[in-house]
Design a protein around this ligand. Structure first.
Ligand SMILES: NC(=O)c1ccc[n+]([C@@H]2O[C@H](COP(=O)([O-])OP(=O)(O)OC[C@H]3O[C@@H](n4cnc5c(N)ncnc54)[C@H](OP(=O)(O)O)[C@@H]3O)[C@@H](O)[C@H]2O)c1
Length: 290
């Protein structure tokens, strides 16, 4: 029989119980305030995680600056990548228990992880990697899952495919290079000179310095372009994809241009998935990724 633990966390009406970095309005980094906040309540399918580290991603500052106005009320806690230890579980959570070390990409529509505690839905959780510190592990959830979802779930990348990865030294790009390589693809990566050796060390077969070289002169008939940059980089990418190939973007796309070039295109916002994240953690633990 499942016994539901009574949540001992304090509700919003009670005295503040934890520290958090919150914003009370949109703006530059000066709007971030270190202050008291209530420990979040947890729903029956959720766990309360004591935050060890919060991963920081570009979307954090984009939201802080008002990139999704109307979607949030204040005060708002930013940051949704987390590593930590489960403090409490509710009745519908069967795979995790108090004391488990976990990582997750928590629900971006709710309060985030720049805080001592975060409520996380169980289906977003994975066990923390064993061979990477808990602090480093907080950098895994969003970036790695975006790379995985883009390459395999949206781009249908297969063994021996040629994939061009733009922004290969970035958070998402560095996971994309490693995952594509593990999947057996031929990986061509764009990055600046200062990061070329790093990107090569991740396994890229070819590295193009986008500041000095024109990638359109070096890439032809790619099966997949994974675009983390957009703008001019994307505008020039249509011509390097084979007919029927695909451009997957995480920053926006242009379906008309795709049609003109007889290629497919998809843009997406990463959907958090604990099983997918666990598969990535298992690869990290094997030592072939990250
Ligand atoms: N849709 C989604 O679900 C989703 C998820 C995650 C992120 N994103 C978005 O995707 C973008 C990338 O995120 P991230 O976390 O990877 O960012 P990041 O860690 O800041 O990395 C961006 C990288 O882009 C590289 N870069 C800049 N201009 C370039 C160019 N013209 N060609 C090739 N590389 C270039 C830089 O590398 P160099 O130092 O080598 O120049 C930098 O390392 C952000 O806009 C973010 O908000 C979307």
């Amino acid at each position: 029989m499942l016994v539901e633990e009574k949540p001992k966390v304090k509700g919003k009406s009670e005295a503040p119980a934890m520290k958090a970095v919150r914003i009370h309005g949109y703006g530059h980094s000066g709007v971030l305030k270190y202050e008291d906040a209530p420990i979040p309540d947890i729903l029956p399918d959720e766990v309360l995680v004591k935050v060890h580290a919060a991963g920081v991603n570009p979307v954090d500052w984009k939201i802080r600056e008002g990139g999704r106005k109307g979607a949030y009320s204040f005060p708002l806690t930013l940051g949704w990548d987390v590593s930590g230890i489960i403090e409490r579980v509710r009745s519908l959570v069967t795979l995790f228990q108090q004391g488990d070390m976990v990582i997750a990409r928590s629900d971006v529509s709710r309060n985030g992880t720049y805080a001592e505690y975060i409520a996380v839905r169980a289906f977003e959780l994975a066990r923390a990697p064993k061979h990477v510190s808990l602090t480093e592990a907080a950098g895994i959830p969003l970036a790695s899952q975006t790379a995985w979802e883009g390459l395999f779930e949206k781009g249908d990348l297969k063994r021996n495919d040629v994939v061009l990865i733009h922004g290969a030294s970035g958070g998402v790009g560095m996971f994309a290079v490693q995952l594509a390589k593990i999947a057996g693809a031929h990986v061509i990566a764009t990055t600046s000179e200062k990061n070329s050796d790093f990107v090569k060390s991740l396994g890229a077969d070819e590295v193009i310095d986008y500041k000095k070289e024109d990638f359109t002169k070096k890439v032809k008939d790619a099966d997949v372009v994974f675009d983390t940059i957009g703008g001019e980089t994307q505008a020039k990418s249509w011509q390097v994809i084979r007919k029927g190939g695909i451009l997957v973007s995480i920053v926006g796309t242009d379906e008309k241009l795709a049609e003109q070039h007889q290629v497919r295109t998809k843009v997406f916002m990463m959907t958090s998935n604990g099983s997918r994240l666990q598969a990535i953690v298992d690869i990290v633990d094997k030592g072939s990724c990250a």
